[in-house]
Design a binder for this molecule. Structure first.
Ligand SMILES: [Zn+2]
Length: 552
């Protein structure tokens, strides 16, 4: 299901977790819940929920995060919060300077994983955690910080103008190692208001902080945004030296350089001994070998020199099972038999791939905490991942370099937040210098709706941004759709212009394809079938290959 981010929802989700006052203003949909049951729980109406969440229908899915109170009135109700709407030309740095704060502070206040901002985005630029109406209450003077990926004690201490030793003392920390989600008190009153713990006079040497690479690969640069020194593989362990404005200075083997904090996952213990590296997705098997028929027609026989089973056309692609002498045992469609090896070539000859040097980023929609559309035990995130990995293998067989934006169980970022996670996918297309970006999704609606539809961004803009390569995006969407849609064999709902986030924010030709509807078994039964998955994925790969033939 596509996520068309409407401004109010996105901005609210980013600022919602700031203080405990907000704690009950969002609700994660549990299995079996309906919009009505959620409305009863929070004593609001179904229509209010639909309005606050920009819902087009009253269907919700497990894991969906809903605003359960008016986002606008909540924001205005918090004293001490000052907000700013991002204007054209702004950077997080220029905003930080204008408000006499730091990029780090703004990212922390707005729970941002990258320093990217977009026009119209609402940012909290200052926040006072002490409630002026009840200044003596101990609870209001307690400032709790939740550790996020990339944080170090040093970076937190800088943000809150305290020392590393302060934080270690207030939280009884034995080492400076942190873990994502850890709650830290950032002043002494929360621990012992009457007798503050004295600051140690002889600080112990902080132990080392480690992280693992939580992306398919991660560039190590000589400075933030500088040139690439080396590329670190997924799961690689690095030592964090310091953190600055969304970048970590890290030590990786004999290299020292800078890497984006978005793709580094902190490990729990200081010495790394109990660390659990991100599971590495096994590479697809490439043991299947293929060959192409070079003769104008080639007899397939029951055995070497046996009787003819069928005749293979020139250029036919066959799977080679085994060879014996000058004969090859091959599979072609539903036929299996023997052909003369003299008329087979591993080079496709007449039907060349257009893959020379081409890089494709495949984006399986949703992932991790975001299941996408759900029907019973079927999750969109699992179906899109299965299709993406199969398409990857078909493309690699044609010689393409292919990257997938996430692992089987994870989201794009180590810690999921909707908008930054979508930006992470867009960033990967740019980082890998991709020639095409294909986002794979499964649609959902009330049962009855079926069919396949695809999107590109060429005409419509939103929040001032549009795809940087609109005409090629349109060709990509139309070509890929024309190849995979017949394989799905459902209603053809067409190819449309859309300002979806991963399309409009992309710097490379991009399409988002909705394979079919998870909410109707006529489509779902096909999408969970292995043969259909293979044919659809092969169609996606062939469509991408045909696109490059058109634009080369
Ligand atoms: Zn989706």
């Amino acid at each position: 299901m596509k996520k068309k981010l409407l401004f109010s929802t996105a901005a609210f989700l980013m600022v919602a977790p700031l203080t405990s006052v907000h704690a009950e203003t969002v609700h994660t949909v549990q299995k079996g819940e309906t919009l009505f049951s959620v409305s009863q729980k929070y004593k609001v109406s179904v229509s209010q929920l639909m309005s606050w969440n920009n819902l087009k229908s009253n269907s919700i899915y497990t894991g969906e995060v809903l605003s359960v109170s008016n986002p606008q009135s909540n924001l205005q109700g918090i004293t001490g919060i000052q907000t700013y709407y991002v204007k054209k030309g702004d950077t997080l740095w220029s905003i930080a300077t204008a408000y006499k704060t730091t990029v780090q502070q703004l990212m922390s206040l707005n729970k941002m994983s990258t320093s990217t901002v977009f026009v119209g985005q609402k940012l909290v630029v200052s926040q006072t955690n002490v409630s002026p109406t009840n200044p003596t209450s101990p609870s209001t003077s307690t400032q709790i910080y939740t550790v996020k990926a990339g944080d170090t004690l040093f970076s937190i201490s800088r943000t809150y103008n305290v020392t590393v030793n302060n934080i270690m003392s207030w939280n009884n920390l034995k080492s400076s190692a942190l873990y994502v989600g850890q709650k830290l008190s950032l002043n002494s009153s929360s621990i012992s208001p009457s007798t503050p713990t004295p600051e140690p006079t002889t600080p112990s040497t902080p132990s080392k902080v480690y992280a693992t690479v939580a992306a398919t690969s991660l560039n190590l640069r000589n400075s933030p945004n500088g040139s690439v020194i080396t590329t670190m593989p997924q799961g690689a362990k690095v030592e964090i030296i310091q953190t600055s404005n969304g970048w970590n200075q890290v030590k990786y083997g004999s290299y020292t350089g800078w890497a984006s904090i978005s793709y580094l996952k902190l490990v729990v213990s200081g010495d790394g001994s109990t660390s659990t590296p991100t599971p590495i997705t096994p590479p697809p098997t490439t043991t299947v070998s293929y060959a192409y028929v070079t003769a104008s027609a080639l007899n397939m026989r029951t055995s070497p020199n046996g009787s003819v089973v069928t005749i293979l056309p020139n250029g036919a692609k066959v799977q080679v099972i085994s060879t014996s002498g000058n004969w090859s045992n091959v599979k072609y469609g539903s036929y299996t038999g023997w052909v003369s090896s003299d008329y087979l070539s591993t080079n496709s000859g007449g039907s060349p791939a257009n893959s020379s040097g081409k890089i494709v980023v495949l984006d399986p929609g949703h992932g991790g905490a975001d299941a996408g559309a759900v029907n019973g035990s079927y999750y969109e995130k699992n179906l899109t991942y299965a299709l993406a990995t199969k398409a990857k293998q078909y493309l690699e067989n044609m010689g393409y370099r292919v990257y997938v934006t996430r692992t089987s169980s994870g989201s794009c970022l180590p810690v999921y937040t909707l908008t930054p996670d979508l930006q992470c996918r867009v960033d990967k297309a740019k980082t890998y210098d991709a020639d095409a970006f294909v986002s794979i999704h499964i649609n959902a609606a009330v049962p009855g709706a079926i069919g396949t539809e695809s999107y590109y961004n060429a005409n419509s803009s939103y929040d001032g941004s549009m795809n940087k390569q609109p005409s090629n995006s349109k060709i990509l969407a139309q070509t890929v759709h024309s190849y995979f849609q017949p394989q799905m064999g459902s209603t053809d709902r067409g190819v449309h212009d859309s300002s979806l986030y991963v399309l409009r924010k992309n710097t490379v030709p991009a399409t988002l394809i909705e394979i079919g509807f998870i909410s109707d078994y006529r489509d779902l039964n096909k999408m969970i079938n292995n043969t259909y998955q293979n044919n659809i994925s092969n169609g996606i790969a062939k469509g991408i290959n045909a696109y490059f033939a058109k634009v080369n």
